[in-house]
Design a protein around this ligand. Structure first.
Ligand SMILES: *Cc1c(COP(=O)(O)O)cnc(C)c1O
Length: 350
């Protein structure tokens, strides 16, 4: 079978060796002769997986003992409320750059005052607002590093004297950033770090225990920190998949990963700009290196472009309904060769 070029926005492409290792572990997990999905999460083999999945995150992020790493369930969407429930006492500041930020704001509003410091909703979220200041009287500032749906990305982060919280679901480990400048980072695994079913949360311990409300046990970060993400049964398969991906990331290092991601994004965006049939949908300086959104100037040709894509074994390229057109997601595991195939289809289409 000819290889499929998987541009899906999520769940998304994973390295072939990760899929192979997961597949092997389904049959014989860590020499136990049992399947990964039929062993106790308290077995020493799985406890070792969980421990390494946590320590590798710290290693790759280059963060210290003042941070805790958790693998939770409920998706990044549950973090919209857990963040506020655990950290919002009076008021918090949010940057609204798209669908996911909007949802985070909606949930947080139930726990205190939310000030939307800036928003790009006026232009269907096609840019990143930069003209705002973060006051010093907020409990925290929340932003979304990469806007999976609209195809914009924060290439720099604002400075802030209050804790910075970031939803990095769709660009975690895609570039070198100073992770220690964040106080809480969360990411649903299924975009860039593993299979669906678990959510990474990294938190600086000192920001916890500052709210007065009762927090239900399962929603309290302390519960999961105290029990090493094993308070209840974790998503064993998803965590195992994350560990395999983290090893793959660690072997290359974020510098190499970032360079490769830059090459892919440069190649695609330069075709979008040169090919007069197409145009990008976002401000150039805010373009996402993970999710490139673009349209055909003549949208009556959409169906035939999609046909040309599937002819070339390109999958997952149809744009999100709120933007239309096309979206090419180029997560870490996407090969440059696959982006070349897409670019060739665009050239031929012209
Ligand atoms: C996909 C996505 C989410 C939602 O993740 P779930 O795990 O499905 O809840 C949140 N934020 C961003 C930036 C995303 O890309």
């Amino acid at each position: 079978m000819k290889q499929i070029h998987n541009f899906s926005a999520g769940p998304a492409i994973l390295p072939q060796e990760v899929i192979q290792n997961c597949s092997d572990a389904l049959h014989n997990f860590s020499g136990t002769n049992l399947s990964l999905i039929e062993v106790s999460h308290r077995s020493k083999e799985f406890v070792a997986v969980m421990d390494e999945a946590q320590s590798l995150v710290k290693k790759i992020m280059n963060i210290g003992e003042d941070y805790e790493v958790m693998y939770l369930q409920g998706g990044a969407s549950s973090q919209f409320l857990m963040v506020a429930m655990n950290l919002l006492e009076t008021k918090a500041a949010y940057l609204n750059t798209g669908t996911w930020s909007t949802k985070a704001i909606k949930e947080a509003k139930h726990f205190g005052q939310i000030d939307e410091l800036a928003s790009s909703a006026d232009k269907n979220f096609n840019y990143i607002p930069k003209d705002y200041k973060i006051g010093s009287d907020y409990d925290y500032f929340h932003c979304t590093s990469n806007n999976t749906i609209f195809g914009t990305q924060l290439h720099t982060f604002p400075t802030s004297s209050v804790p910075v919280i970031c939803d990095m679901s769709s660009d975690i480990f895609s570039r070198q950033i100073d992770f220690s400048s964040f106080d809480l980072i969360y990411a649903g695994a299924q975009k860039n770090m593993g299979p669906a079913g678990t959510t990474l949360v990294v938190v600086k311990k000192e920001i916890l225990n500052s709210v007065s409300r009762y927090i239900p046990t399962m929603l309290d970060y302390n519960t999961h920190i105290d029990k090493g993400s094993m308070f209840n049964t974790p998503s064993v398969f998803a965590v195992y998949g994350c560990l395999q991906t983290l090893k793959w990331i660690d072997n290359q290092g974020l510098e190499q990963i970032e360079n490769y991601n830059n090459q892919k994004a440069d190649l695609l965006y330069s075709e979008i700009d040169q090919n007069d049939m197409f145009e990008g949908t976002t401000a150039r300086e805010d373009r996402s290196k993970m999710n490139a959104t673009f349209v055909l100037k003549d949208d009556s040709l959409n169906a035939s472009f999609l046909d040309a894509c599937s002819e070339a074994k390109i999958s997952g390229i149809k744009g999100h309904r709120s933007v239309g057109g096309f979206r090419a997601s180029m997560y870490n595991a996407m090969r440059l060769e696959s982006v070349k195939v897409l670019v060739d289809v665009m050239k031929n289409f012209k």
